[in-house]
Ligand binder design. Structure first.
Ligand SMILES: Nc1nc2c(ncn2[C@@H]2O[C@H](COP(=O)(O)OP(=O)(O)O)[C@@H](O)[C@H]2O)c(=O)[nH]1
Ligand SMILES: [Mg+2]
Length: 296
């Protein structure tokens, strides 16, 4: 794991880490008092009661004299997170499509822009699709990100059909030799059309136009809302076959433990984490690096 990646993850998770790592200070034995303190810290960082209980029970079972406490806790945290496919795997030589969905203000547009940068640095040729046509400002905001990331952006007028935007973005990608369409979508709508219906329509267009796509349907959740994000995840997961989570605003919260609840309770892998407002502030998720960052 690159040092730069790890130090940025460490920094991004600093508030959650402070909440959890404090428990280990001066502790060598996994006794009842340690477990009680750890339990409290996990709950406070929004790991959630159920998932906390599972973790604590596993630790109790595995406790042996002379064990390295930090290593044990890291292992169990990574073990919980490892059970889902947390890697984003896109076909290397074909057009891929990523749909970015979620409620308003969670960080969809920002994350779509950062993703364009992340994948471009890796050698792909992304194109952004402004399928949030609810407000003109949303398209403008995405265009600004596209400029920053050095990628093209396809945008229609305010109120246009988002599925048509995505259709056009796919043809534009084919014409311009782009190999990844990242579609930003709305968190609410002008019309009475159900948001989920709208998103499913976009999905159908993608399925029809690009074999095997969408390759990822990523739900953006705001980490600062902690456990509330789980309710949002449930709604989107039921309607849309979510393949992973982008957890944003990890830099401003001690509630980063919600990653564990999302993975364990929802069976959804976190795939990317937002750790700031700049172009480079989106990092791949890695269970081992995450566990190590939390327990220092
Ligand atoms: N600190 C921080 N702010 C973020 C992050 N991601 C998004 N934001 C901010 O969250 C706000 C809402 O983001 P936006 O992308 O417009 O959300 P959308 O409504 O879901 O498209 C903006 O002010 C972003 O700068 C992050 O990872 N860290
Ligand atoms: Mg937006």
């Amino acid at each position: 794991m690159a040092q730069n990646y790890f130090s940025r993850l460490l920094e991004g998770l600093s508030r959650t880490r402070e909440a959890i790592s404090g428990v280990f200070i001066g502790r060598q034995v996994l006794d009842a008092s340690f477990l009680l303190d750890l339990e409290e810290a996990l709950i406070l960082s929004d790991v959630g009661h159920e998932t906390t209980e599972v973790l604590i029970n596993k630790l109790k079972q595995r406790a042996r004299p002379g064990m390295n406490l930090k290593a044990l806790v890291r292992e169990e945290i990574a073990g919980l997170l490892n059970q889902q496919p947390w890697r984003i795997e896109l076909p290397p030589d074909a057009l891929a499509v990523i749909l970015v969905v979620g409620v308003n203000g969670t960080g969809k547009t920002t994350s779509a822009g950062k993703m364009a940068h992340l994948f471009r640095v890796e050698g792909r040729k992304p194109l952004l699709a402004a399928a949030d046509t609810f407000r003109a400002a949303a398209g403008e905001q995405l265009e600004i990100w596209a400029k920053r990331a050095g990628v093209d952006c396809v945008r229609h007028r305010e109120g246009a059909d988002p599925a048509a935007v995505v259709f056009d973005a796919i043809s534009a990608a084919r014409h311009r030799g782009a190999d990844l369409v990242i579609a930003d979508t709305a968190g609410r709508l002008h019309t009475k059309t159900n948001l989920m219906e709208e998103l499913r329509k976009i999905r159908r267009v993608v399925e029809r136009e690009v074999p095997g796509a969408p390759n990822e349907t990523l739900l953006v959740l705001d980490a600062t809302t902690g456990q509330n994000g789980l309710a949002q995840a449930e709604v989107f997961q039921q309607m849309l076959n979510i393949t992973g989570i982008v957890l944003t605003k990890m830099d401003g919260t001690a509630k980063g433990g919600v990653v564990l609840a999302i993975a364990h309770k929802m069976g959804l892998p976190v795939k990317l984490v937002g750790v700031g407002e700049k172009l480079e502030d989106l990092l791949y998720f890695d269970p081992h690096a995450f566990a190590e960052s939390l327990v220092q």
